[in-house]
Each structure stands twice: as C-alpha cells, then as structure tokens.
Ligand binder design. Structure first.
Ligand SMILES: *[C@@H]1O[C@H](CO)[C@@H](O)[C@H](O)[C@H]1NC(C)=O
Ligand SMILES: *[C@@H]1O[C@H](CO)[C@@H](O)[C@H](O)[C@H]1NC(C)=O
Ligand SMILES: *[C@@H]1O[C@H](CO)[C@@H](O)[C@H](O)[C@H]1NC(C)=O
Ligand SMILES: *[C@@H]1O[C@H](CO)[C@@H](O)[C@H](O)[C@H]1NC(C)=O
Ligand SMILES: *[C@@H]1O[C@H](CO)[C@@H](O)[C@H](O)[C@H]1NC(C)=O
Length: 374
C-alpha cells in the first residue's frame, strides 16, 4: 500500500515537473509560480528555536531567559545558545528567512518550512516524556502542516513543496543521555546494541513516514562524543572530570548504525537523497585544538558553574541557581554545559553547507546541493 502510494506520487510529481517547465512560455503578466525549497526541522535542542517556550515543561528544557540569546538576538528566544543555531545559518545560506517554531502563536505561513524540534526530545517516546515534544509528535505536527500546505497552495503545489523540501534531523543525544541524567533503569534492561537499535529503528520509521508523504531530501548530523560534554563529565564526581565512557560508547555505536542505515535507505527508497554531517569529528577537533579554530577554550562552557562549568545552571533558573558567565562567548566552543556557542554552530553550519567531498565531513550530498537539486 505504502509503496503503491509512493510510486503514484513519483509519477505524479514527474508530470507536474514537466507541466511546470512549460509555464515559462506563459505571458509575462502571468509568471510561473515559483516553487520554493522549504526547510523542515526535527529533533532536539541543537535545533530547537523556541518550541519549548510554548509547552508545559521545566526550565531544564527551556532557554527563554537571560543570558540565552545575549549576543545575536539580544533577547532570549528559546534557543540554547548565545545566538543562532545550525538551522538559522542553513536557512540564511539557502536565502530563506529564519524558520519559525511550529508552536509560535499565530503562525500560518508554512511554505518556507517550519521547525518542530524540541529541547530534550528523543527518538523514543519515553525520553523525558511529558516535558518535551518527542519525535513521533513532531511527525504528527508535520502531517498537519503538510495537509494545510495542500489546502492553502492547492494539492499540486502543496505536494511539490513537500517533495522539494529539505528535512533536517538532530536526534538521539537525549535518548542516550537520559539514562545517566535520570535514575532510569533503561541501561540495565536493554543491551547497548538493543537500545541503539530501538533509537535508530524509531528514527527510521519517522524518515519512512516523511518519504511516504513525498519527502526526498534529508540532512542529518551525527552525535557528538556525548560523554565528553561538560555536563556529562561532572555527573560522577569520582570520575574527576574525565569523559563518561558509557555515554561516549553509545554515541559511537549510534553513529555507526546511522551511517549504515542511511546508506541502506538510499538503496531501497527510490529518489531518497541525504546528507550526513560528521558533527562528532568536527566538534572533537575544536575541543582538542580550540586555537586552530579561533577559540580559547574547547572544554569548558561559557555559562554554568563547577568544573568545566559543567553544572547545568546557566541563567540561574534551574535546580542550581549560581552560575558564572564568561565575558566573551566567541572564545568558547561550549555555550552551556550541553550546547555550543553561535560561533561554533556557525563553523559547523558552514561545513554542512558546502564542505568539499574529499574531507569526509559531509556526504553523499552537502546541504547546499540538497537545496539546489530538484
Ligand atoms: C503543567 O504541568 C504541571 C505539572 O505536571 C501541572 O500541574 C499543570 O496542571 C500543567 N498545566 C497545564 C496548563 O497543562
Ligand atoms: C539517583 O539515585 C541515587 C540513589 O537513590 C541518588 O543519590 C541520586 O541523586 C539520584 N540521581 C538523580 C539524577 O536523580
Ligand atoms: C521504538 O521504540 C519503542 C520504545 O519506545 C520500542 O518498543 C520499539 O521497538 C521501537 N521501534 C523500532 C522500530 O525499533
Ligand atoms: C583530578 O583532576 C585534577 C585536575 O585535572 C587533578 O589536579 C587532580 O590530581 C585529579 N585528582 C585525582 C584524584 O585524580
Ligand atoms: C568530489 O570529488 C570528485 C573527484 O575527486 C570531483 O570530481 C567532484 O567535483 C567533487 N565534488 C565536490 C562537490 O566537491
């Protein structure tokens, strides 16, 4: 059934493409409708531009207070950084406006895309359940948007928007970190490989659902070395600041599975195109050799308290109230104990957008190509 639908959709799109290429011959006063390349964003706090401002959650999953947003926006937007995030830079390079959060009140214009990402979200329903918009719910919101697009733009143009759009994902970190951050028994219940299989299995279902609805162009970032995030290094005081090996191990495992599953999807799903950015390697290089990239500190956060400012207290509105704030976020890779500074995000976004293929940073497509191809 699903396959039949997809075949039909492909045939259908083919016909529309031919039809629209004829529209150039129409008289000037009736210019051909321009199909934009929309940008839809799914996942967690690396991409959330403010959805969690509008849900009933805790300040652990929110960043709508000072000093979040202090450099670029000059006010807290809900982004977990001093300034802009990856999707903000990608949108800029794609000549799109900033892509708004789905839950922003009064949002009606969807044709440039929408951001569904929610800080704390995972691929698994159980991950921080009740405090976040999990990936499954994000998909449900996307389906609403897709219906509204077809209603507003007409069936053909709505479908065209969906099929030409780029879909960006950052997901998994919270699934793997939550067992260490809460007292869940997940890691006693499942083997690591079963657990990784569940996370990537749920991600795969979401990708397939979007594909079924016409989505073809997907962009992913892999997971950072989770155990070496400032927050993870201070969880176990007996570790004295060393990386939390189990969390790093899960991230490494996930990244291998993700790489393979995308390559399999590309073979199985006709027209499926993707970009996988090696965020892990790129971030690791900046953590190890900060000065090579213009930073002064690659390990500690700009905002927080304790060793590496790893205690997640930036802004003083969470469990721990005291926090220090560095003078110049541009000197730091990490903004708070989990998230990056605008400067780090910008450098990573630049690579995602157009790194050359011999560097193995991003592939098979760079994100720029995804926006360009039809
Ligand atoms: C928000 O969550 C709290 C705690 O779970 C609950 O007591 C409250 O009723 C919720 N508020 C709304 C508007 O859902
Ligand atoms: C987990 O449980 C232990 C012992 O019951 C407690 O000391 C610790 O603070 C708990 N950690 C979290 C994150 O709730
Ligand atoms: C998705 O996650 C659930 C747990 O939330 C798990 O039971 C299920 O097997 C996973 N699905 C796949 C396809 O791995
Ligand atoms: C803990 O780390 C600090 C700073 O790296 C070091 O000076 C100290 O000797 C370490 N303590 C132990 C017990 O390893
Ligand atoms: C990728 O590499 C091949 C062979 O080295 C080269 O021909 C091609 O232009 C490169 N593409 C990009 C986008 O850099």
């Amino acid at each position: 059934m699903g396959r039949l639908c997809s075949v039909f959709l492909i045939l259908f799109l083919h016909v529309t493409l031919i039809a629209s290429s004829c529209q150039g011959r129409k008289p000037k006063e009736q210019p051909a409708k321009k199909h934009r390349t929309a940008f839809f964003i799914f996942g967690d706090s690396f991409l959330d531009v403010g959805n969690n401002n509008f849900i009933n959650t805790t300040t652990l999953d929110q960043a709508n207070f000072w000093p979040y947003g202090e450099t670029y926006f000059k006010f807290p937007t809900g982004r977990f950084s001093d300034g802009r995030l990856l999707p903000d830079f990608i949108a800029k390079y794609a000549r799109l406006p900033l892509i708004p959060p789905f839950l922003q009140p009064g949002l009606h214009r969807y044709y440039n895309g929408v951001n569904f990402a929610s800080a704390g979200a995972g691929a698994l329903v159980e991950t921080f359940q009740g405090d976040v918009i999990g990936l499954k719910t994000q998909l449900r919101y996307f389906k609403k948007v897709e219906k509204r697009l077809r209603r507003k733009l007409g069936n053909d143009e709505g479908k065209m928007t969906v099929s030409k759009a780029v879909y960006l994902f950052s997901i998994g970190s919270n699934d793997y970190m939550s067992p260490f951050l809460t007292n869940s028994s997940t890691l006693n219940t499942y083997t690591y490989s079963t657990f990784v299989g569940m996370v990537t299995g749920n991600l795969t279902s979401i990708i397939k659902e979007i594909y079924k609805r016409g989505g073809r162009k997907f962009a992913f970032i892999n997971l950072p070395n989770l155990g070496c995030l400032p927050a993870m290094r201070v969880i176990e005081s007996r570790n004295n600041g060393s990386c939390l090996e189990e969390a790093s191990f899960l991230a490494t495992m996930h990244n291998k599975v993700l790489k393979n599953l995308l390559s399999r999807l590309e073979k199985r799903l006709k027209g499926f195109k993707y970009s996988l950015f090696d965020l892990n390697t790129n971030l690791r290089q900046r953590m190890l050799h900060p000065s090579k990239y213009g930073f002064k500190d690659g390990e500690a956060a700009c905002c927080g308290t304790g060793q590496f400012r790893g205690v997640y207290s930036c802004g003083g509105k969470r469990t721990v109230k005291e926090f220090e704030l560095c003078e110049s976020p541009t000197d730091y890779v990490f903004w708070d104990s989990f998230h990056l500074t605008e400067r780090a995000y910008r450098q990573l976004a630049d690579k995602m957008w157009s790194a050359t293929n011999h560097s193995h940073d991003v592939g098979p497509f760079c994100v720029r190509k995804l926006f360009q191809i039809q």
